[in-house]
Design a protein around this ligand. Sequence first.
Ligand SMILES: Cc1ncc(COP(=O)(O)O)c(C=O)c1O
Length: 400
Amino acid sequence: MSFIAERINRIKPSPSSMAGQRARELRATGRDIVSLTAGEPDFDTPENVTQAVMRAMAESKTKYTDVGGTPELKAAIREKFRRENQLDYATNEVIASNGGKQIIFNALMSTVDHGDEVIIPAPFWVSYPDIVLLAGGTPVFVQGPPEKGFKLQPQDLEKAITPRTKWLVLNAPNNPSGALYSQQELKALAQVLLRHKHVWLLSDDIYEHIVYDQRKFFTMAQIEPELKNRTLTMNGVSKAYAMTGWRIGYCGAPAELIKAMTKLQSQSTSSASSISQAAALEALTGPQDYIAQRTAIFQSRRDKVVSLINDVPGLSCHLPEGAFYVYPSCRDLIGKKTPSGQVLTSDQDFILYLLEAENLAVLQGEAYGASPFFRISYATSLDVLEEGCARLKRACAQLS
Ligand SMILES: Cc1ncc(COP(=O)(O)O)c(C=O)c1O
């Protein structure tokens, strides 16, 4: 009998975290690795935030705080939801945790029982299925058709709902596809959810601020107020403010759910770090202008990388509407032979070939539930992106 619990054997390590680690290990052995795997902005934490952190340390704000966050941070979260999403949450309807990931973990662990189903549109962020499995639930995958921008279609949602469905997890802008739902598209999904009153919605809005071409971001509770009493609206400072290492995420949700999540957090991590909470407070309440400046930089990188990829025979790449990933298809390369005679049978084979042949690290679509695709993060400099795409082109040109 294994000493390790069955629940741990049910899950796998996060493929994106592992890929980053593998790239660092290979680099340490002297290999000239170009890694396009990072799920984090390459920008620094804004200056006003680091200044606020120095002040917080000088003022000894270094003690335990309330489990669900300091009163100041909770007030800032409520104000953020009012200002940016026209959503009114009471103080007992918000919580701050150690990253958006802990919000999702707390929410699913607090609500999913053995046999409960959670609908996850594919492609999806790699951690949702494993958190559902850890909670004892069953992930139910619904493909978003590539020709519809990988977006969940209302009729497919309808078909996937059963009496055991507990949640729909909706993430937009999406990691990895970049899909963003318009107001009309959200309304059409809302119509389905309104018919199934036992299904809750987890809206993962972590990429809210990274949207392109003057598109507007909407979140479900704002679009369909009737769903607010069964919606968890999740967000965080990681992506918008380039603060991944600070580990602050937050959400608004009905008080009963927040109470359960706070109870769970009180028995696991307690509060998020007091200093990180001070950092998040400044991020949410300080100047916001750099968000637009950085998004403009991401947009020019997106345009560059999409055009470079579409220049490679055998690859095709749609234009994402948000986030900082592209999710190109490598369908036309499946069945081709590498110079060493290996036949590529999957996107997994393809990404391993890129690593071997050209020291290029990207992520296999299989990890995101939609194949044969692969994910490239363009949260890196144009120089690195150009070098990465040149390697991609060279590797593809050697296939026969
Ligand atoms: C879709 C999505 N949700 C949530 C997270 C978690 O972010 P964090 O825990 O840094 O707030 C990530 C991070 O990559 C993500 O891509």
